[in-house]
Every structure is written in structure tokens, then in C-alpha cells.
Design a protein around this ligand. Structure first.
Ligand code: ZN
Length: 296
């Protein structure tokens, strides 16, 4: 028994020190959707972790000393950009290996800004949730693939094959979403949400407006903002309101809104994957079915 145990430990040690494991690229992303993109492209050649756990709101999350260790071990760090996860930059500067690579996944994409006044002028950087339009997600995947290829040129063919397969899947997803959401009539093409996350989804899939209660979940809604959305919903045939699973206090506000106008509350995924919805593709399919159920 003792000998068996010893040999098991030995096998374990050999496996852990084998070149296959040692050659894995360690990737750290800021949130779970980027983690999924890296996993799809990197397959068995990457060991990827997200600093913000699944189900947690990225806007109000704060880093702890635990994250410093992960950043210090990373070969590649992936942030979203657009003001979404700027906290990663000082962390990288202080803790990352000098040779580690940092990429901003949304680089090259143009931000949609919001012109109406939400009473807090310091949030005017535009919507950072580029990934909620599938063509933007494809751009993220290209950025990630490029970074992995330049870190491990010997595995270029592996990464390129996986990238092509995944992008084919995304192109198909985008086409399916355009077709499916086309069935929603013009007067129901308004998405009312808690935070400003859906402007790219609205633009890509033909929604008139993405209205929201707060620009960023780190601030509380004002009575004026609540009154504005109540007014808007009262003019709508379909009084559907959307919340997001990672926003507990936001959900309470949206429930108040629903009670006020006699509408119905639905859940859209925006900033975080979960145990039930564990990939980006599943998330976008879920959102499409939810939008159809709520607005068709
Ligand atoms: Zn958000």
C-alpha cells in the first residue's frame, strides 16, 4: 500500500514537471468572458484564470492581495479596456514579470457614447461592453489569437486552427441572432436595462434604443432617472424590463420599476458568465431567447 502510494506520488511529480505542463502559457484575464475567449483559442496550451470570479459585478469589484500572485505568474494578461478594468494596469506595473505581455481586447473598436444626461457628468467615457455585439467579440478573439501566437510561435498552427473553428461558430451565432431578432416588431424594439451595457447589442441587432437607469453600477439611480424610465415604459405596449444576474441591488430597482408600470422582469447576461451559462456562445443564445420571449 505504502509502495503504491509512493509510486502514485512519483507519477504525479513526473506529470507536473513534464514539458507539456511547463510549456503552458499562463493567462490572466480581468473577467470571465475574456477567460472563455482565451480558453476557446488556447485549448490545452493555456492555463487561464479570471481575476473577477463568475457571478460578481466587475464594476464594483475590488482587487485583493490574492490577485497579485496570479498577475505575477502570468505570461499574458488580457483586459477589456474602455475604462471597464483600468485597475489592472497598476497591478501589472507593480507585480507582472517584465517579459509578460498585456493586451487590451477592445483595441481598435469605436466606443458608442451616450448623449442623454444621467446627472453624473463624470461617466462620459462611453459604453465599454463591446463584446455584446458578436462582430466585436470576433475582434477580441483575433487580438487574443495574435498574442498567443507571438508568445508561442511553435504552436501557431494549433492556435490558428482553433481560432478559425471558433470564429466560424461566432459568425454563425451572429447570423442566427440577426435572423431570430428580426421577428420583433418596430414598436417593441426598446431594451430597458439597469446599467449602460447594451448599446452594441442594440446597434448590431436593430434595437431602437438601449435605455438604462445608471451609466455604471457603482452609482445609485436618481429619482429623476427612475421617473424618466417609468414615463418611457408607460408609453410602450410591451413593458418588459431587463436585469442582470450579477446586479443584486440593480434587480431591486428594476423590480420597483416593473411594479410601478405593471410590466415583467427578465434576465439578460452582460458582464459575467455563471455556472449555468458557462460560455459566451451560451450567454448570447440565452440573451436572444430572452429578448424574443420579452418583446416578440
Ligand atoms: Zn457592465
Amino acid at each position: 500500500m505504502r509502495r503504491l502510494l509512493m509510486s502514485l506520488i512519483l507519477v504525479g511529480m513526473i506529470l507536473l514537471s513534464s514539458p507539456a505542463y511547463a510549456n503552458m502559457i499562463r493567462v490572466v484575464t480581468t473577467f470571465s468572458i475574456l477567460e472563455d475567449f482565451v480558453q476557446q483559442v488556447g485549448g490545452e496550451k493555456v492555463e487561464v484564470s479570471s481575476l473577477i470570479p463568475r457571478g460578481v459585478d466587475p464594476h464594483t469589484w475590488e482587487s485583493t492581495p490574492k490577485e497579485v500572485r496570479l498577475v505575477a505568474q502570468a505570461d499574458l494578461l488580457v483586459a477589456n479596456g474602455g475604462g471597464f478594468d483600468d485597475w489592472l494596469l497598476p497591478l501589472v506595473k507593480n507585480a507582472a514579470k517584465p517579459e509578460a505581455d498585456l493586451i487590451i481586447a477592445s483595441q481598435g473598436l469605436e466606443a458608442i457614447e451616450h448623449d442623454h444626461d444621467h446627472g453624473h457628468s463624470h461617466h462620459h467615457a462611453g459604453d465599454p461592453h463591446f463584446w455584446l455585439s458578436v462582430p466585436n467579440a470576433i475582434s477580441y478573439v483575433h487580438q487574443i489569437a495574435q498574442a498567443l501566437v507571438s508568445l508561442a510561435p511553435g504552436d501557431a498552427a494549433y492556435f490558428e486552427e482553433r481560432t478559425n473553428t471558433y470564429i466560424e461558430e461566432l459568425v454563425e451565432l451572429d447570423r442566427w441572432m440577426v435572423d431570430a431578432l428580426d421577428g420583433i416588431s418596430a414598436e417593441n424594439r426598446i431594451i430597458v436595462t439597469y446599467h449602460n451595457a447594451f448599446s452594441y447589442l442594440a446597434e448590431q441587432y436593430g434595437f431602437e434604443v438601449a435605455e438604462f437607469l445608471v451609466a455604471n453600477p457603482d452609482s445609485e439611480p436618481s429619482p429623476r432617472d427612475l421617473a424618466r424610465l417609468i414615463n418611457l415604459l408607460q408609453g410602450n405596449g410591451r413593458r418588459a424590463v431587463f436585469t442582470e444576474p450579477q446586479l443584486a441591488s440593480g434587480t431591486r430597482y428594476m423590480q420597483t420599476l416593473v411594479d410601478e408600470v405593471g410590466g415583467e422582469l427578465f434576465v439578460l447576461y452582460s458582464d459575467s458568465l455563471s455556472k449555468e451559462i458557462s460560455t459566451y456562445v451560451e450567454m448570447m443564445k440565452h440573451n436572444t431567447y430572452t429578448l424574443l420571449e420579452a418583446l416578440e
